[in-house]
Ligand binder design. Structure first.
Ligand SMILES: Nc1ncnc2c1ncn2[C@@H]1O[C@H](COP(=O)(O)OP(=O)(O)OP(=O)(O)O)[C@@H](O)[C@H]1O
Ligand SMILES: [Mg+2]
Length: 270
């Protein structure tokens, strides 16, 4: 059982002209093995910033608060240490890495995370099976990481990494955006397989309820102005879909004052 615990997290970003902008304003969130949490919130509210702060993006500085993984201080870890500790981020905009083949990248990443190189024969089979499951053509293995991939192809490859790297906690930042209906189902099935096989904890950032019909969250959090302002179950996502964020952006209630806020049930699992 793994627990990612974020307490009163404040973070800022350095702008190109040397200023800093405060973006996270006291995020409290706990994600445990087997749990699925959805974060929904308006554009620019800081959802990706939260995912970067957890993953350790150098542009984002945590000014106060804490992030721990099973009690270990994540903020003291380098980005690769965070990955080895079991954290995984599927980025909203996956980066292209020209000159590094997908197969080379995946094996290098798996070697780093697992602590030893996977045996080649097993590895080839594992990758092939994972690519089949995600309906990814074998030709992608020889292409440079994400280079020239369509938006949906990039998202599919993020889930390929998820299945092969087997993290303890996965943060998926808008993995559903840009997917066609078939790809949405295939990608969702990949996430559900990961959750079942690894008993992984999932933090799913999304704008749309349609992915939540495939990947069912036990917890839905409303993210406004750099913090969680309301929490609930799947019904909260339906409410947001119908009514938008106006109620939350106008009053910006605190979690305890929100009519939809519910206490986090300690130890709840899938
Ligand atoms: N390097 C930067 N310089 C200036 N502002 C930044 C920088 N990075 C992020 N921001 C600002 O921080 C705010 C939060 O951005 P973030 O990407 O976290 O939002 P988001 O909730 O993920 O939005 P979306 O739903 O559109 O993906 C935005 O207003 C954004 O412009
Ligand atoms: Mg974002």
């Amino acid at each position: 059982m793994t627990t990612l615990e974020i307490k009163d997290l404040h973070a800022e970003v350095a702008t190109p002209d040397g200023d800093t902008v405060k973006i996270l304003n006291g995020v409290n969130l706990t994600v445990k093995s087997g749990e699925t949490h959805a974060i929904m919130g308006p554009n620019g509210s800081g959802k990706s910033t939260l995912s970067y702060a957890i993953a350790g993006h150098p542009k984002y500085t945590v000014t106060s608060g804490s992030i721990t993984l099973d009690g270990e201080n994540v903020l003291e870890m380098s980005v690769d240490e965070r990955a080895r500790a079991g954290l995984f981020l599927a980025m909203q905009y996956p980066v292209e890495v020209p000159g590094v083949s997908m197969s080379n990248f995946l094996r290098t990443a798996a070697t780093a995370v697992r602590g030893e190189a996977p045996k080649l024969r097993h590895w080839v089979k594992e990758v092939k099976e994972s690519m089949n499951e995600l309906d990814i053509d074998a030709a992608f293995a020889d292409r440079s990481v994400n280079e020239g991939f369509s938006g949906g192809e990039k998202k599919r490859h993020e889930i390929l990494q998820l299945g092969l790297l087997k993290p303890k906690i996965a943060i998926l930042d808008e993995t559903d955006s840009g997917l066609d209906v078939d790809a949405l189902r295939i990608v969702s099935e990949g996430v559900n397989r990961y959750r079942e096989r690894e008993n992984g904890g999932v933090l799913l950032i999304t704008h749309y309820t349609r992915i939540l019909r495939y990947i069912q969250p036990q917890f839905v959090h409303v993210f406004v102005s750099g913090r969680i302002v309301a929490e609930g179950g799947p019904e909260l996502a339906e409410e947001l879909d119908a009514n938008g964020y106006v109620k939350f952006t106008q009053s910006a209630p605190t979690p305890s004052a929100s009519p939809t806020a519910v206490p986090h049930p300690a130890g709840a699992g899938a």
